[in-house]
Design a binder for this molecule. Sequence first.
Ligand SMILES: *Cc1c(COP(=O)(O)O)cnc(C)c1O
Length: 370
Amino acid sequence: MRVPAAAISFPDEDREWILSQIDESLRSGQLTLGQVGRQLEAEFADAHKVAHAVSVSSGTSAVEIPLRVLECKGKEVLVQANTFFATAAAAVSAGADIKFVDCDPATMAMDPAALQAAIGPNTVGVVVVHIGGFIPPAIRDIQRICSENGLWLFEDAAHAHGSSLDGQMAGTFGVAGSFSFYPTKVIAGGEGGMLITNDSHFVDEAKIYRDQGKASFLTNDHTRLGYNWRMSEPHAAIALSQLRRLDEFVDHRRHVAALYDEALADGPVTPLAIPDESRCNYYKYIAFLPAGVDRSFIKKRMREEFEVALSGEVYELPLHLQSVFEPWADGPLPGAEELCARHICLPVSAVMTDEQVELVITALNEVIPS
Ligand SMILES: *Cc1c(COP(=O)(O)O)cnc(C)c1O
């Protein structure tokens, strides 16, 4: 494949540093919830201009833990329909009765009007997702609607490491935010996740849930229905080395995106419009196909004729149409259905070359003539 859908970057010196950290934890015997994890938490909080960060086992547990802290068992939680399975599954695991909310096809984010209309007597909170790493200005309307209705707001920011709106970082618009270090994300840990918040009570509770619901590390007094949601030291070392490259990775992704923006201007394929005040990390470069164009056929031609792999959609099918969520699906959500069907994600990575970008554009022009 001349242009892979995504690529991970671990320069030589980073791999060496990671191995030295793992060696250190093997020597000390501190293999989980240790010094490296605490360093990762401190630096992650700094990078997102927030008071606290709690490292956990995955981006999924980074959603489930806060929803447990928020005690949403038996209560209604509103979740964006166009998101990854884990966003809604973690809410269900936390005991919430979920309800899907439509998105605005212009931003791929939760539509404030649809949110307003979905609020019911049993609603306690809202989970939004910054699709592709883009925080749209409408997040301010969502904040206002939540506060007017006494609802908490939680951000599943698994796509949005380092993204911001008017300088305000992803994960800081509501009560807490979550991130993932799954290998396809903007920074990788192998596995792992992070929870950020400015609320110290929230941190205390999250740490109890993370370690089997124990009231403290040294006691065997279990006060919450926690789980093994800990992050191991080797995973923390990998994530920390990547975190130190976050700005560099995002700058390069933004460079790739700027090349795509320029090449696609006035063509038949329309990029998702991102206003200047929103600094997108370009976890995905999202663009919309003209009506009637078959996405799977386009992807197949690009792969077979040009060795260009388009990246996975965000997402191919909205959650209310996934069979496992049938019990929570009520009625069509046209915004999510339309954009899940029509968008593509051009390849982006922290190590993609300008030549690769040109090949993607050539291939796209060939398979979708204007
Ligand atoms: C990747 C992802 C998750 C899950 O993260 P894991 O680390 O794989 O558990 C949750 N929500 C969204 C939006 C994601 O993209």
